[in-house]
Unconditional design. Structure first.
Length: 296
């Protein structure tokens, strides 16, 4: 859904692996505030490209929670699991840049080339020139520029963190477009969907920061526009881990939505003042966000 009125289209893209929690509310709030502060569209996308993590009923629960919190999305909801043919068509355009890989995760880790910033082992390029004897294709990888090539480094200006650079060859290596279990990879799905939905501004958690350079590179070779990026801080648990369903995040208290909104706002360093309703909360928070971040 494109925006005919102005140049801002944002989105919130949760995975239906459980109900919203404090961390996902912060991400939703930041993206919603930025869209509303710029009088733009705010789209909802269900990122269930990894169907093994989908929890029955989670999508409906997420949408119900957003409605209770007063966050109304624009347009139809895009669901990734219904778009496999679209991802295949995008991959077909990338075929000259991709190759089959027969390496297991253990083999990649054992190469000791290093660990990428997102915690994954850097791919050593074992199958770049063809599968070695005895190996069969497990994944499909995208070839990144070699060290020293002009586009090996990806630089972008993050609206929260400032200028950032990642060296794809040394910090990531050739990355997966289709997984060993047959599902399309997150990186491909996100890029294709953002382009199709006309997303101009991406506001999301800093846990996804290390994916940005890969996505910008994919945009480049697919001939797609690169959105503006903002990566906000993520909520951590008592052990210093990113708050998630896997690290014990509790479901939000939907009986007291205003309290949950105020907690999330304070985490984002907002000070909405005396608030007595969800409507007045959003009015105050949008005005404060617009003052902090202005028109971008």
């Amino acid at each position: 859904m494109s925006n005919p009125i102005n140049s801002y289209t944002g989105r919130f893209a949760p995975s239906p692996s459980g109900p919203l929690h404090a961390g996902s509310l912060v991400a939703a709030m930041a993206s919603y505030l930025d869209a509303k502060a710029h009088q733009g569209l705010w789209l909802l996308r269900i990122e269930d490209i990894d169907e093994t993590r989908t929890v029955p009923g989670a999508t409906a629960a997420i949408m119900q929670a957003l409605a209770i919190f007063g966050m109304q999305h624009d347009g139809e909801v895009l669901v990734q699991s219904q778009r496999k043919d679209v991802y295949q068509a995008a991959f077909d355009k990338l075929a000259a840049h991709a190759y089959p890989c027969g390496c297991t995760r253990k083999e990649i880790a054992d190469s000791r080339l290093g660990i990428a910033p997102d915690g994954a082992a850097i791919y050593p390029g074992t199958c770049r020139n063809g599968l070695t004897a005895g190996k069969v294709s497990r994944t499909l990888r995208l070839r990144v520029p070699d060290i020293g090539q002009e586009d090996e480094s990806i630089t972008f200006n993050d609206r929260w963190l400032g200028p950032l650079t990642q060296h794809l060859a040394t910090e990531v290596g050739d990355f997966v477009l289709k997984r060993a279990d047959g599902y399309w990879a997150y990186q491909l799905g996100v890029v294709v969907d953002d382009a199709e939905q006309g997303v101009t501004h991406i506001v999301r958690g800093a846990d996804l920061l290390e994916s940005t350079a890969r996505q910008i590179y994919l945009q480049h070779i697919l001939g797609l526009a690169t959105p503006s990026y903002m990566h906000v801080p993520v909520v951590l648990n008592d052990a210093g881990e990113k708050l998630s369903k896997q690290t014990g995040a509790r479901a939000l208290d939907l009986a007291h939505p205003l309290n949950e909104l105020l907690h999330a706002a304070r985490f984002l360093e907002l000070q909405p003042g005396r608030i007595d309703s969800i409507e007045s909360f959003w009015q105050s928070a949008i005005a404060e966000w617009a003052h902090r971040f202005g028109a971008q």
